[in-house]
Design a protein around this ligand. Sequence first.
Ligand SMILES: [Zn+2]
Length: 88
Amino acid sequence: MLPPAAATLLAMPAETITPVQAPETVDTDSGDHDRFAHYCKKADIVRAHVTGEAITALCGKKWVPTRDPSRYPICPTCVERKAAGWSL
Ligand SMILES: [Zn+2]
């Protein structure tokens, strides 16, 4: 049996859940690479989020991943190299 509060929460319509969007930022010095999502080692991404360390993508780009990559198209260089059998 669920307590009344939990039952109410579960009954909430999905529309009340608003996806959070990262604020748009204007970068003048980080180049076009930042407009893409890059292939990286999952372990590296997890570590970067914890430590703030920069990670290296398949295309060689090094940066600290802070943005939600699902908002960007996949980096064409990363796609090419992945297709060519490259791995990190
Ligand atoms: Zn890339």
